[in-house]
Design a protein around this ligand. Structure first.
Ligand SMILES: [Zn+2]
Ligand SMILES: [Zn+2]
Length: 464
């Protein structure tokens, strides 16, 4: 196979025209840098579950550095595999990403173990990853490869999430890789950074890149969640919120605590199970990364909203029965897409009762169990704790609340590209369903008269 040669090129190894297994290889005259190395949680066969590091242009033996944008597994879940196969170089990310990434990778192994599937690496490889990780501060320029300098900036997506700015050569080319980002305010984080010393190519995620992907204003979204919770509790039901351990969980905690304290949401115990408590502890350890209000509250007012009296951490699965049989309550549990974790057991127990409601607050990847339940498929096969297949007939209410996302919606993506300073020459779309990547690229090309591409997996684009 012949690849387009040039001084700077980028190859899509995963996460292009799809959401999941993000991985981009940047090749320069002297360096090879991998941006993200994720898994696809919606897929099980290895050709579609993992990045295409099995074939050229990727070559593990010449890789200089890996940059991880944030700790979600679709961006770092495959990283330890590189160490298993002999990678010995550095991994760069923010300090909170380093902590959270380890938690999530170990959880991934734990979930695989409980489901009886064989993960592509083990704990020893996660440890190796930790030993090779170099945490960077936002805004600090670092030489990461012979002719590549990296600067991380706040991406507003989850704690520690970063936009990566790569400066190649001495002024040869500048790449901005957004990773997942939020160009808007949330309770948890400040909006993504949009100003750089230079930028020629920007690579943007497109999760919510379709014209109809416009989220309602935050206030409305919070009120909608409050209404659904109040209605369910008033009707004698329980609310189940599947949440990814990192990001949406903490955002929803802030909303619930704030609304209950102000008397707008019916007071009820909130049970939290899964890795959420560990992940929340990492948030508390890095208040300087949080939005101003939460940061001030923790640092100067001695009030930590994550440790609110409304919240009870469920330490052991044996407590579930009592919770499910008890008074009205709210349950937040992992995983966010019903792919495993304690939420499955709660779903099994709560699904048959029509008074209960399951509320989706995060993106459900095509192919996941969460997506199927969200679409209203009433029968869900689940492997029970005893390893038997069980069909859950769901009668509970299903609600999806759009707008809590840590991703930019269509308007925010377009605004981001428009306001990027300086104006880029080229935009590439990734991390979105096929039609969204193409649609967004076409729109940006016409609207801003810039080169716009939606690369496919194993395509190499010459940047310079
Ligand atoms: Zn993410
Ligand atoms: Zn992602």
């Amino acid at each position: 196979m012949i690849y387009d040669v040039g001084d700077v090129r980028i190859s899509a190894l995963g996460g292009c025209q799809q959401v999941g297994r993000s991985a981009l290889l940047v090749q320069t005259r002297e360096s090879q840098v991998l941006l993200d190395c994720g898994i696809n949680p919606g897929s099980s066969d290895s050709l579609s579950a993992f990045p295409r590091i099995d074939t050229p242009p990727f070559d593990l033996s010449t890789l200089d550095a890996v940059v991880v944008s944030h700790s979600h597994l679709d961006h770092c879940g495959f990283l330890p595999f590189l160490f298993k196969y002999g990678y010995d170089g550095p991994v760069y990310c923010s300090a909170p990403t380093s902590n959270l990434m380890t938690l999530l990778q170990l959880d991934y192994l734990d979930v695989a173990d409980k489901q009886g599937t064989i993960p592509p690496y083990d704990q020893k490889d996660v440890r190796e990853t930790v030993l090779h990780t170099i945490p960077l501060r936002y805004g600090t320029v670092t030489d990461i490869a012979p002719d590549v300098r990296l600067t991380l900036h706040n991406a507003g997506h989850i704690l520690g999430s970063s936009i990566s700015h790569l400066h190649v050569g001495e002024g040869l080319h500048n790449i901005v890789y957004t990773g997942d980002y939020k160009y808007g305010r949330t309770m948890l984080l400040e909006p993504a950074v949009a100003e750089f010393p230079r930028v020629e190519t920007v690579i943007t995620e497109s999760t919510y890149g379709a014209p109809q992907d416009v989220m309602p204003p935050r206030g409305e979204v919070e009120e909608r969640l409050t209404a659904v919770i109040n209605q369910t509790l008033d009707g004698g039901g329980k609310v189940l919120i599947p949440v990814p351990a990192v990001g949406r969980a903490q955002e929803i905690m802030l909303v619930i605590d704030g609304y209950m304290r102000r008397g707008l949401m019916k007071e009820a115990p909130v049970f939290i199970e899964g890795m959420i408590s560990e992940a929340t502890a990492v948030h508390t350890a890095y208040p300087e990364f949080l939005a101003r209000e939460v940061r001030n509250s923790i640092l100067h007012e001695g009030m930590n909203p994550f440790q609110s009296d409304y919240f009870t951490i469920v330490e052991h699965p044996s407590a579930r029965e009592e919770i499910v049989d008890g008074e009205q309550c709210i349950i937040m549990a992992t995983s966010g897409m019903l792919e495993g974790g304690p939420v499955i057991d709660y779903f099994r127990r709560l699904a048959p009762d029509e008074r209960n409601t399951i509320v989706f607050v995060s993106y459900q990847i095509e192919g996941t169990r969460g997506r199927k339940v969200q679409k209203g498929i009433g029968e869900t096969p689940i492997v029970s704790n005893e390893g038997k297949m069980e069909i859950i007939k769901s009668r509970m209410g299903v609600e999806t609340i759009h707008g809590f996302s840590g991703h930019s919606d269509r308007r925010q993506i377009v605004n981001y590209v428009r306001r990027l300073a300086p104006k880029p020459e080229r935009v590439m779309t990734c991390h979105g369903e096929r039609a969204k990547c193409f649609g967004l690229a076409n729109f940006l090309r016409r609207r801003y008269n810039i080169e716009a591409l939606a690369p496919e997996i194993l395509e190499t684009i010459r940047l310079r």
